[in-house]
Design a protein around this ligand. Structure first.
Ligand SMILES: NC(=O)c1ccc[n+]([C@@H]2O[C@H](COP(=O)([O-])OP(=O)(O)OC[C@H]3O[C@@H](n4cnc5c(N)ncnc54)[C@H](O)[C@@H]3O)[C@@H](O)[C@H]2O)c1
Length: 358
């Protein structure tokens, strides 16, 4: 069987996860690690892979696809270079630093026919797939309200890397909340309006360390998100779902609670609460957890990427999804700055109109 040769650009924390997933996924092969710095050289040495310091050098090797796991500011420029060279890309989240640049990438991919996907790996997790099935087959009903906790306490050393402290590329709204935005859009559809407050009281960096965000879904239902990278508590997907045990613990707590018209569902434990009798709060509810067969989300993501490269599957998380997620993040930033509810500009038409007025 022909091996799909995939390179990893950026051999840092998540680059390692991708490189190991490529090694562990049947049918794929780690073609190279591209990284000008020591971390990449060390990872390549450890995994006995080719190490390159320049992206250009990749074009002299035979590769079928590339994972972009570099700092956020490099995602769009590097994806543009690769797509222009005809190489399919899996781009880490956030797809880019602003929605306009992301939309230009979407157009390039559509124009050239070279596919791209975004690394919102949770959508490949069997837990999320089970939740999505329960929603699609009507057992959950329509979303009424949801509560998401993204409580993570990052070590001080995490912020030694400058871009993680800087506006535009760092901060938990861009780095962590974007996974929640993608998840809410995936499960319940488009977000019509946001209202948010943020603070940098705890860390004192340029970027926020804490935020509270309200989301109104276009199709009905509202979700609140409590987000911090400076607060202790287990209530976070990353530290409860057991998705990446090499990096995070898996504590027995929940991070997401969704109330539907027919059932209540929490994640990642997949509790699924319903009334056996009338839907009345005085009647006890029964928990019949949804069942799954656990699988490694990152390996599944690479398997999907290989299938996209082969033309056997369409991207599950499209570049357009990545651009829409950024548009919601931009609306949240505007809401924080202007202290008002904001409708995300999902198409770029509002921005275009604004430019014409100016
Ligand atoms: N999907 C997820 O759950 C997840 C988790 C962590 C990080 N990420 C995303 O992945 C990206 C990387 O994050 P990280 O935490 O691994 O950062 P990191 O700093 O650990 O790694 C980035 C790597 O990129 C390398 N690099 C810098 N400039 C480069 C260049 N010009 N060419 C090639 N390599 C270059 C650095 O040397 C470093 O090894 C970020 O966009 C982040 O948001 C996603």
């Amino acid at each position: 069987m022909k091996q799909t040769r995939i390179a990893v650009i950026g051999g840092g924390a998540i680059g390692r996860t991708h490189a190991v997933a490529i090694r562990d996924c049947p049918g794929t092969e780690l073609a190279a690690i591209v990284d000008p710095f020591e971390a990449g050289a060390a990872l390549a040495g450890e995994l006995e892979a080719l190490h390159l310091t320049e992206l250009d050098a990749l074009f002299d090797t035979r590769i079928d696809g590339a994972v972009i796991a570099t700092p956020n500011a490099l995602h769009v420029p590097q994806a543009t270079m690769l797509i222009e060279a005809g190489i399919p890309v899996l781009v880490e989240k956030p797809l880019g630093e602003n929605a306009a640049a992301c939309r230009a990438l979407v157009s390039l991919s559509e124009h050239t026919g070279v596919p791209g996907l975004v690394g919102h790996h949770r959508r490949h997790n069997p837990i999320i797939r089970a939740a999505k099935c329960a929603i699609e087959d009507g057992r959950f009903g329509a979303l009424v309200s949801g509560t998401i906790s993204a409580t993570l306490h990052k070590a001080d050393s995490y912020f030694d890397v400058a871009w993680r402290r800087e506006k535009g590329s760092g901060g938990p709204v861009l780095i962590n909340l974007i996974h929640e935005i993608d998840l809410v859009r995936h499960l319940f559809g488009e977000i019509g309006e946001v209202f948010a407050m943020a603070s940098n009281d705890r860390r004192g960096f340029e970027v926020e360390d804490t935020a509270v965000i309200l989301l109104r879904l276009s199709g009905g239902g509202m979700v609140t998100v409590a987000l911090t990278d400076a607060g202790v508590g287990p209530w976070c997907w990353d530290t409860t779902a057991g998705e990446n045990l090499a990096r995070f613990p898996a504590m027995p707590a929940v991070s997401h609670m969704f109330a539907g018209t027919r059932a209540g569902m929490s994640l990642p434990d997949l509790s699924f609460w319903t009334h056996d009798g009338p839907a009345d709060w005085t009647v006890p509810q029964v928990n019949r957890p949804l069942e799954i067969v656990p699988m490694d989300s990152y390996v599944k993501q690479i398997r999907h990427f290989a299938a996209v490269i082969a033309g056997e599957e369409r991207p599950r998380i499209t570049l357009a999804d990545g651009a829409a997620n950024i548009a919601v993040i931009e609306a949240i930033r505007t809401s924080v700055a202007q202290r008002r509810p904001v409708a995300p500009d999902l198409t770029g038409q509002d921005a275009e109109r604004q430019t014409m007025v100016e």
